[in-house]
Design a protein around this ligand. Sequence first.
Ligand SMILES: Nc1nc2c(ncn2[C@@H]2O[C@H](COP(=O)(O)OP(=O)(O)O)[C@@H](O)[C@H]2O)c(=O)[nH]1
Ligand SMILES: [Mg+2]
Length: 692
Amino acid sequence: MSVVSSMLRNVAIIGHNETGKTTLVEQMLFYADVISRVETIASGKTTSDYTEEEIANQISIHASLASMEWQGKRLNIVDTPGTSGFIGETIAAFRATEAALMLVDGRVGPQIETIKLWRRLDDSNTPRALFINKMDRDHADYTKVLDELKESFKATLVPVAIPMGSGKDFKGIINLIENKAYFANPDGKETSGDIPAEFADLAEEYRTLLIESAAEGADDLIEKYFEEMTLDVGDIRRGLQEGLHDNRVVPVLCGASAQGSGLLSLLNFIGNNFPNPIGYTDAIITEDGREEQFPITDEGLAAALVFKTTIDQFSGKLSFVKVMRGTIKGETELYNSVVSRKERANKVYRLIGKKLVETSALTAGDVGVIAKSNISATNYTLVEGGDQKFSFKPIDFGQPTYSLAISSDDKKSEEKMNEALHRVSEEDLTFQIKFNEETKENVVAGMGDLHLNMILDKVREKQKININTKLPRVAYRETIRGKSGVVEYTHKKQSGGHGQYGRVLIEIEPLERGQYYSFTNAIKGVAISKGYIPGIEKGLHEQMEEGFLAGYPMMDIGISLVDGKEHSVDSSEMAFKLAAKGAMKLAIAKAGPVLLEPIVKLNVYIEEEYLGDILSDLSGKRGRVLGQEDIGHLQMVRALVPQSELLNYAIDLKSMTSGTGSFEMEFDHYEPLVGKGADEVVKAYKDSLEEA
Ligand SMILES: Nc1nc2c(ncn2[C@@H]2O[C@H](COP(=O)(O)OP(=O)(O)O)[C@@H](O)[C@H]2O)c(=O)[nH]1
Ligand SMILES: [Mg+2]
């Protein structure tokens, strides 16, 4: 059965590692009668952590779908990994969902990934609710965690469920909307009843707060509230729904996922209050390259984005799609608007962990899977009919934080290694493998050492090959710091037969950073025929590509051709190319050549106690701290740091923060490198020339 779009609820379950997300999703499936028995992380049989590596490591590595029906609504739940190395999966999940449920450990409170994920949700203004989990743990403390969350985030947090006791005394939760207690039952599903007398005052206090916040959700509710000093259940729901839809309020639920406690309130809340996809938009790139908002609507020809791709042992390639418009059925003829090729869905499925469940259709807003697609890949746009020429804006998976140069023992193993790793990079867009022409190294890059090592280990094992790794060389650049003045160079070979002749006079000067290259033909008159100018430009380019100091490409140089001379017989494009190259070399030498090193923008997230160590380490790494932010008891440090100092930061930061620290980085700009650092780079280049 296809589902009416307004009945859909797509929710990404997110949060720091080990907050109980996978366990929660297992319980949701149990409560929705999709599975008859709850499996645990320890049993290795949960619905969403089903791959070999997830079972072996007991953590979620991939985003997995869990589709279920709840009181007439279709819930597409995406369980995501909480480890920063697998953030790509979470980023993909965000694109398929309209809202997120963030889990927080009821004993620990907000953690580093909580903060990072929250910031991502803020960037996209995504509606979200919180679930304070593991209330059955010793020292779990709802009020303390709620206060910490309020301190960490500038948002209106509104409790809609509170716990009855905690630790060994945990009895269940109170649903403040319904004003009812739900008693935990570790051996089955929770049961509802009256609020026990000992919690009555607490519940009343929180319920008043809830009603006030709900009233603020809509103007007419505020009036009603002031008249009657209360709201009924329907009004509370509507107030929360509107507040959540516009991301003005963040409802807070709670429970203990391992016991299935809080599940009924959560499922009801998602069904009643979470937004449906209609009214939201996605981004497209039009045929002429403009970015536009694309409303999710069930009317019109089908259009869908492939947000994830996996290879299934039995079913072949699985393309995870988010339908943005119209309806996709098995027989729908789909075109890939990017490569303009036809493909047919044949069948469409919903997914429950690894289990494919055939469905008749996926309507706008729905999330599902097309199997055995021969061409589609992550970020492809699938459209019905060949004339839709737009494409959905590709998911931006961010920049890698860790790279390694790799090699294997012999040519055959290298081939195997490259082939296997290229296949990985098709499924996992946060993993890249590239031969770096500048450094002559085969480089893999990913979201951290855990991410890379897991991939390399798998390939080592499956292909039975060695993969050697080392830190990669940095891709420096070169430029000039001053003007060269006019230099001249003549390329001349006139001994017998057809000779070669070309003479050029040029002048070079620095351009602003990031301009790369400019060329002006400033010759007055016709000293050099027009036909030779392309040859001259080629020569200039070639010298810029070859570099001057250490073999790295040059950038940000403006070149004027001021004069020259040609020979009626011996001149040729080739002769002028060589003349220009020679002139360029002389000009660079006179213009103060200098190395440029890449500087990255770094965000480091740490617990307060490590701040001193992190700052002094950054200054030892030639870093420039730009700012520092308190986020509750956590800290974020923003800095600009030379890339060469951060090659091993994934590992350095772990050891400085007992594994808790986390960071993101992206290339920012190039800066001159002088002194000892530059001498070392030049020496390494000269040594490599001697070796060769
Ligand atoms: N005490 C307690 N432990 C839980 C609860 N939920 C999950 N766990 C345990 O916490 C660990 C991590 O759970 P998991 O579902 O993998 O968390 P995820 O990393 O967020 O997906 C596992 O050992 C679970 O059994 C809970 O409500 N209470
Ligand atoms: Mg998990």
